[in-house]
Design a protein around this ligand. Structure first.
Ligand code: ZN
Length: 338
């Protein structure tokens, strides 16, 4: 079957990948749509660093994960799919049912993230395996392309849940890439009455407004903290220096939620945070229930993901799409349709 794989830091197209066979508790599915995630771009460019940091860490998600970058790597964790067949002795929805799932594959006693793997297929392939206990049925009538946004939108929902933000509080979202946009959408779905977004890119500011930000500020025109005094700040940029800058400028008692993934070392002055009793919460991914909530929000119209989708490509064009996503003026989320 066809698949797009990571090979030597570039995306390569293959038409000779063997079909996976579902084991007990698994289903073989046909991928209907898979979003390209910023973390996939990052892994393609800096996979060795990601693996080395993961290696240094104990007790975190992915610790113990082994990926050989000298071999093809399968990726794609933001998918919707159609059930083809179940593994031996496995009861599930009938063939043809549209589903999504958190990106984990259960095989016997082991659970593997569907994120970067030499052997477990992800959504950049015609077909892949999913785990029956984790399947969520896509509600009737929801476009499977939209259902593929369940995963990235769940990241925003989780960050907002962790923040404990209340409707009457002002929230500032720094960075309006896909993660920042997911946070903006979740804040609006939560009923937060003053959502302020900031990004250097005019296109991204426009998208933030479309997705519900009440104001979208250009940091080139001055610090967002000159305009607003947020109770909660979401850092969705993920480059060194941002956290320190927030601590320097934010008000007393600010809650800072770090959802942007910065892979470099970063320096902060604890003094700023101490003097203002700033509360810092780092967040990652989502809980199973939040994933289901995300799908429900999208299906019931609480979050309209249409404006986020800025491109559709086939498996042959995934490499070009990875290059295109580098330009914030052109794209937010590109979907792959195998
Ligand atoms: Zn992702």
């Amino acid at each position: 079957m066809r698949a797009a794989v990571l090979r030597d830091g570039r995306i390569a197209f293959r038409d000779d990948v063997p079909d996976p066979a579902p084991g007990p508790g698994q289903v073989l599915v046909a991928v209907r749509s898979c979003g390209i995630c910023g973390s996939d771009l990052h892994f393609a460019a800096h996979g060795a660093e990601v693996l080395s940091l993961t290696d240094q860490m104990s007790n975190g998600i992915g610790s113990g994960m082994t990926v050989d970058l000298g071999r093809d790597v399968f990726m794609g964790h933001e998918f919707s799919a159609e059930i083809l067949e179940a593994g031996p002795g496995t009861d599930t929805y009938p063939a043809g049912t549209l589903v999504t799932s958190i990106p984990l594959l259960i095989s016997g006693n082991s659970v593997e993230p569907i994120v970067y793997s030499n052997h477990t297929l992800g959504g950049y392939a015609e077909r892949m395996l999913l785990s029956v206990p984790l399947l969520l049925r896509i509600p009737n009538g929801l476009d499977p392309r939209h259902a593929a946004l369940t995963e990235p939108m769940a990241v925003g929902l989780h960050a907002v849940n962790k923040s404990g933000v209340q409707p009457g509080e002002t929230a500032l979202v720094l960075g309006c890439g896909p993660i920042g946009i997911a946070v903006v959408a979740a804040l609006r779905a939560r009923g937060v009455e003053n959502v302020v977004a900031a990004d250097f890119s005019p296109k991204r500011r426009e998208l933030a407004t479309t997705m519900g930000a009440h104001q979208a500020l250009d940091p080139a025109q001055g610090s967002p903290f000159d305009t607003v005094t947020p109770a909660v700040v979401f850092e969705a940029v993920g480059v060194p220096g941002i956290i320190d800058d927030v601590m320097r400028r934010a008000g007393h008692g600010t809650r800072l939620v770090v959802v942007g993934v910065c892979m470099q070392s970063d320096t902060v002055h604890p003094f700023f945070a101490i003097a203002k009793e700033i509360n810092v919460q780092f967040v990652l991914a989502y809980a199973v229930e939040e994933f289901a909530d995300s799908l429900r929000e999208i299906a019931e119209g609480g979050i309209d993901v249409t404006p986020i989708i800025t491109g559709d490509v086939g498996l042959e064009e995934v490499g070009a799409a990875f290059d295109d996503l580098a330009d914030p003026e052109r794209h937010c989320k590109i979907l792959v349709t195998p």
